[in-house]
Design a protein around this ligand. Structure first.
Ligand SMILES: NC(=O)c1ccc[n+]([C@@H]2O[C@H](COP(=O)([O-])OP(=O)(O)OC[C@H]3O[C@@H](n4cnc5c(N)ncnc54)[C@H](OP(=O)(O)O)[C@@H]3O)[C@@H](O)[C@H]2O)c1
Length: 264
């Protein structure tokens, strides 16, 4: 391979699907990949704000039929994709430990944070292996490696499962031209994170700044002293899907301001 002094992160001629690309981290990823030259398709249950310029297709990815029809529509209209960013997910279940969680809570959390990605990968892998030089990204969370029983039990477990699945899939596809990588953000300034802090503050009857400080303390704090901006997560994803990252597969990348208190 010729030595180059400039990283090749150009995505011209590539097509990406960013699930949950209308808000938060997904929106930042969609904007970043488009700025790097990619044609970007976004999906979510609700349409994006009027200024979004990406091609939008509505789908609830916890519904198998809607996921299938999204994939069919993209394969028919766009001839497939080169980059699949499985970003849909979130903490939707209550805190309070094992006894606060019903079967329905567990099933919903697993659908949103694990099965949605698995079924979409299954839809697109045949066309991605045929195109080669393709990349699948799974947006996980540092919670996968640090479950907090009273805050995020079902969410953390579903993201841990996503990490294991992603690693195995990477091994299976390594010789077939598809790289598979996991990105694990820590606390990131998005609408659900802001709501989570506001709800916690209201429940404890304390100001939001104190709620944030308490929550961060429970996870050991953030050495960099702040949450991530969605654009910072998007920069990492951009690098990972680009030709500059051509030998990376099967790895998990924490982006957390130093928060995860372990050697990884
Ligand atoms: N924010 C954080 O601090 C943080 C930390 C670690 C990991 N993460 C992970 O990062 C990812 C993005 O989180 P975020 O905070 O950016 O979330 P967000 O701001 O709530 O955005 C979620 C996106 O997913 C879509 N969505 C939600 N449920 C869906 C469904 N059933 N089917 C299809 N689309 C759906 C939403 O649009 P609609 O509601 O219109 O469907 C929206 O576009 C998630 O996987 C999350 O677990 C976030």
């Amino acid at each position: 391979m010729a030595h180059t002094t400039k990283l090749n992160t150009d995505l011209t001629g590539k097509t990406a699907l960013v699930t949950g690309g209308t808000k938060g981290i997904g929106k930042a990823i969609a904007d970043e990949l488009a700025a790097a030259g990619a044609r970007v398709i976004i999906s979510a249950r609700n349409a994006p704000s009027a200024e979004s310029t990406h091609h939008f297709i509505a789908a609830d990815l916890t519904n198998a039929q809607q996921a299938s029809s999204l994939a069919r529509q993209i394969n028919d209209e766009f001839g497939g994709i080169d980059m699949l960013i499985n970003n849909v997910g979130g903490l939707t279940t209550p805190g309070g430990g094992y006894s606060a969680l019903t079967d329905k809570h567990w099933e919903d959390e697993l659908q949103l944070n694990l099965i949605a990605a698995i079924r979409l990968d299954r839809e697109f892998i045949p066309v991605m292996t045929a195109r080669r030089n393709a990349v699948i990204i799974h947006i996980s969370s540092i919670a996968a490696r640090q479950a907090l029983w009273n805050l995020n039990l079902a969410y953390a477990v579903s993201k841990s499962a996503l990490n294991s699945y992603s690693k195995a899939l990477a091994t299976e596809l390594a010789s077939k031209g598809v790289r598979v990588l996991t990105v694990s953000p820590g606390a990131t300034k998005t609408p659900p994170m802001e709501k989570f802090i506001a709800d916690y503050a209201a429940a404890q009857n304390i100001p939001e700044e104190s709620a944030l400080a308490q929550l961060l303390q429970q996870t050991g704090g953030i050495p960099m002293g702040r949450m991530a901006e969605p654009e910072e997560v998007a920069s990492l994803v951009h690098y990972l899907v680009s030709p500059a990252a051509s030998y990376l597969t099967g790895s998990i990348y924490a982006i957390d301001g130093g928060a995860l208190p372990v050697v990884s």
